[in-house]
Design a protein around this ligand. Structure first.
Ligand SMILES: [Zn+2]
Length: 429
């Protein structure tokens, strides 16, 4: 099959009407659907009803979407104990168990039910909109047992007319040979494994210019660094990310602009304070809280994913009008609130990575003077490097860019082995 030109993969929408919907219209639609699923969940999922009753909340108190944040956030990390307290789904299943098609088992253990509805996980639009097209021969390297990733992406491939090669995890050499032998042109999996497969092909003596047919990759489940994306792009491969979870399916996907992931049209998403559950001002970093209004088997309302992100609103030049998640920035339980802003350890690592020649290690100390938080950034330099004023200033600038906070950089002889990235010594009286 001739190589598809990049433009062909970048053109077109899975569901143009929905994806180009006016922003106001979409907000109204999502608000209405979120309220409907709340009532539905309360009436049909006894576990959810109990969850609200224990907190003395009745859906009647939520008159419009402005009241939605009165509902408690149902934290994903509480699900294993809720499930175990009332097996198998903690009463959160809204249909008889025999209506299910599959039940997946994720670490926790946490059980994820799958209903029989077509495209149950909403992943077809993810695949199509990142650039997969009918007829692509796709190797799916996600696991096909226990957890859902392998099977649900396999079904989505079938749903849009791709040919799937279900290779699953591991067996690098067999997979590399298969990739060449079948002239596979689509990849689904973690990004680092795709690079390992290509390296393995080279090691086995294949000529990647002629025998590597790979054109498009959907990657998830691992951070895609700019250098890894570039490394794969250099082999002529389009690499796009999606945010997919075992309980919600396709949450968001990258478009050809590759600068954020468009939020799926069947989810109502808020970015919230991980502690209080209050929605944060537009553009802030916080926990991704999802209400899935397309799922009548397992209706999740204000479900706290534990993942951190921020939403960019506004037009995207691809033509889609939905907001974009700015990537997954870490886990919500790892953040520290400093001067009202959430800071994640990964942001500290990112700043350190901006100074590969000079900086060995970096950590943040948070203290308090009166009512003011003080952020001190300790910097351990590489051997033989000197802590100049110029370096101090540029580190402080990068800290401000990344965290939106002013920090004081100090050079120290050594940051103790095993110390936390953010050391919070504030005392709360
Ligand atoms: Zn876009």
């Amino acid at each position: 099959m001739p190589k598809r030109i990049r433009e062909e993969r970048n053109r077109g929408f899975y569901d143009e009407k929905a994806e180009r919907m006016g922003c106001v219209e979409r907000a109204v639609f999502k608000g209405q659907e979120a309220l409907k699923i709340l009532t539905y969940a309360y009436e049909n999922a006894p576990g959810y009803k109990k969850f609200l009753q224990e907190r003395d909340i009745h859906p009647g108190a939520v008159k419009d979407i402005g009241d939605f944040s009165k509902l408690p956030v149902l934290k994903k990390n509480r699900m294993p104990s809720l499930h175990q307290g009332n097996p198998p789904f903690g009463g959160f299943l809204a249909v008889p168990v025999e209506n299910l098609k599959r039940i997946y088992v994720s670490p926790g253990p946490i059980y994820d039910p799958e209903g029989r509805k077509e495209d149950y996980w909403g992943l077809r639009k993810c695949l199509y909109n990142v650039g997969f097209r009918p007829g692509d021969i796709v190797m799916n390297t996600f696991s096909y047992h226990l957890t859902p990733a392998g099977i649900f992406l396999d079904e989505a491939c079938n749903g849009i007319g791709c040919v799937t090669v279900p290779t699953g995890v591991g067996n690098t050499e067999i997979q590399a040979k298969t990739m060449a032998g079948l002239r596979i042109n689509g990849y689904i999996g973690v990004p680092s494994f795709l690079l390992s497969l290509i390296k393995k092909m080279e090691e086995l003596g294949y000529n990647t210019t002629e025998e590597l047919a790979m054109e498009i990759a959907l990657v998830a489940g691992e951070i895609l660094s700019p250098s890894l994306r570039k490394g794969l792009n250099d082999y002529g491969i389009i690499v796009r990310q999606a945010y997919i979870t075992a309980d919600l399916g396709g949450v968001a996907y990258e478009c050809p602009q590759e600068n954020g992931m468009h939020i799926s049209d069947d989810l109502y998403i808020e970015i919230c304070d991980p502690v209080t559950g209050e929605p944060l001002p537009a553009g802030s970093i916080g926990e991704v809280v999802v209400t899935d209004f397309s799922n009548e088997c397992y209706p999740l309302v204000r479900y706290g994913t534990g993942d951190l992100s921020a939403i960019d609103e506004g037009e995207c030049s691809c033509g889609r009008t939905s907001g974009k998640l700015r990537g997954i920035m870490g886990r919500a339980d790892e953040v520290t609130k400093i001067k009202g802003m959430f800071v994640h350890p990964r942001q500290i690592d990112e700043v350190a990575a901006r100074f590969p020649e000079e900086v060995e290690k970096m950590r943040v100390l948070v203290t308090r003077e009166g009512v003011t938080d003080i952020m001190t950034v300790e910097v351990q330099l590489k051997k033989g490097r000197e802590g100049t004023d110029l370096l101090k200033t540029s580190i402080e600038e990068k800290i401000r860019e990344s965290t939106k906070l002013r920090g004081n950089a100090v050079f120290v002889a050594e940051i103790p082995e095993g110390s936390k990235k953010i050391e919070d010594t504030r005392k709360w009286q």
